[in-house]
Unconditional design. Sequence first.
Length: 422
Amino acid sequence: MAITDDVLVVGGGIAACTAALSAAETGARVRLLAHKKSTLRQASGLVDVLGYIGDGGPSADPFDALDSLPADHPYHVVGEDGIRDGLRIFDEAVGDTYRGGHTDTNALVVTYGGTVKPTARYPASVATGLASSTGDMLLVGFEGLTDFDAPVAADHLTASGVPFDVRGVTVRYPKSFRSDAKVTRFAKALDRDESVSGGTVRSVLADTVAAEMDGQTRVGFPAILGDDHDEEVRDELADRLGVPVFEVPTGPPSLLGLKLEDMLFDALDDAGVRISSGNPAVDFEANDGRIDTVLVDQKSRLTPYEADQIVLATGGLVGKGLDSDREQVTEPVFGCHVPHPEDRYEWSDPEAFGDHAFARFGVVPDDELRPTGEDGEPHFENLRAAGGVVGGADVAREKSASGVSLATGAVAGRLAGEEATQ
């Protein structure tokens, strides 16, 4: 027997979660169908709306910069209201664990490479380290954790012209782990304040860092300062050091990204969204221009999922929501049209940081976010798209990936839920 819902969201990332939460707000019966772990665990945990336009500098207010985007950008489909609605859903899901909701202006967050990134929402744990804040900064890295080189990051920040002095040091973590230990192991040791030679992890770490301080008024660590008790860890370190402590978002695997994923899935549970995970959607059945059934491969057995409305939120090329080979680019679940040059050499620019066409590949939505064919007509009346699978945005260059996912997810989910409950 088929599993039946009002709205079926295919995907597991921030766009899919937002679409499911938005659809649930309409009173629809919603199911999230996620195949693999989302790319959130590979992300920084920051939520960007629009950081840059073209080759210009950072955007202070992303909403002021919307008119400068190309005509086919997803933001022009959903409008400013759609972006704000996506941010509202996000803010309600994460509560006071994130900052930035008080203003439209981007915050300037220090990242692990020593760059300053304009972002709309950021974890509370990084707030003290904003580049716009005053106070000299000490960055602390750990031997064996090569993802964050504190002296190099400090040099980059100084070269960028930040209005404060910054210095970086590398110290030994108080407890020894295997070279392949996950970042969560470091965080758990701080959570439990495990015993080590000379005291506990927290006390020895604080003493080690205190010996390196030279008048700095804030101290930044890679984002491993606890998992379940992170606020307690930061507060104790700050108390022992006598200055505020903050985290620097790190590269994958990202503890901040993992925490964000957990918060979004907790919000889905609270909203009554049903979650089916671990198996891919591989085919579908349609009739009279509508998708009737999505077929899921469960150990080589096709299981049907039925819904009145479908939201496709499987990601772009990185998330495997789009497939490519030497000849073409395809959307693998529903076979939606993905426009691209026939000549593969036109997919990219010779310059590494050039204007790459492939960065904007994706389905072309109509004004209701329904993927369209070459004729401009929707493939299916009851299919909408959200997130990286939607084309038209160079999210890496613009620093807009999370914002596009939130905005298109919010609008696609709401439209699907309203249609299903009419």
